[in-house]
Design a protein. Structure first.
Length: 212
């Protein structure tokens, strides 16, 4: 979701994202501003939900959606009659693709870059959000943060997407991998760049060139 935010110019809805439990047909009722009955405190954000479904219903694993405003009554009435996700007041609708084709999309991105010399994502990638590391327990000076597993996790450190304006001086999550802490980090705090030994980090050098 951090990549999506940086591709679209959106920001995370909250530092932990909202993850409401809901049906697909409820998306346009939930991911809208609070004044219209939804959960969002602002628009232009990225967020995630847990798909509520029966075991014999299709899942939303890896899928994507976008909620848009509606201002054409006849068009949205027609879409609602066809079964699209349009809320009752016709002000919002959810457009979605409920899956991604694992194992196929990465090669397509490579073919796009190598054969067609074009990005498969945003043409103007910018840093709008930073996925930061959050200490779930006290972390001690001298401790090495080991990243591993299928989801590239760090024990007792969670990843939280933050708007760039809220992430000044905070270390990006993947920059934490195999880094030794130069200071204690209390539980419940974001891990700052100042707590990492970065003198020989090529990744840190590359990140600074794109982030600044």
């Amino acid at each position: 979701m951090n990549v999506v935010a940086n591709s679209l110019g959106f920001v995370p809805a909250t530092p932990t994202l909202n993850y409401p439990l809901c049906h697909i047909h409820e998306l346009a009722d939930i991911f809208i501003p609070r004044e219209d009955g939804g959960i969002l405190t602002q628009t232009g954000v990225v967020d995630v939900f847990n798909c509520l479904r029966r075991h014999d219903e299709a899942s939303f694993g890896g899928g994507v959606f976008i909620v848009v405003r509606c201002d054409d009554e006849e068009t949205w009435k027609m879409l609602a009659e066809k079964g699209h996700v349009v809320i009752r007041n016709r002000r919002y609708a959810a457009l979605y693709l409920p899956y991604h084709i694992m194992g196929l999309e990465s090669p397509i991105s490579l073919f796009s870059a190598v054969l067609h010399h074009r990005p498969s994502g945003a043409h103007d990638q910018q840093v709008h959000a930073v996925m930061a590391g959050y200490a779930e327990r006290p972390l001690a000076k001298g401790e090495t943060l080991t990243m591993g597993g299928h989801h590239h996790t760090i024990d007792h450190v969670s990843a939280r997407p933050l708007a760039k304006s809220d992430a000044q001086g905070v270390a990006p999550f993947y920059l934490l991998a195999k880094k030794t802490l130069t200071q204690d980090v209390p539980a419940g705090e974001l891990i700052p760049l100042s707590a990492l030994a970065l003198e020989d980090s090529l990744l840190y050098t590359a990140w600074r060139e794109t982030a600044l």
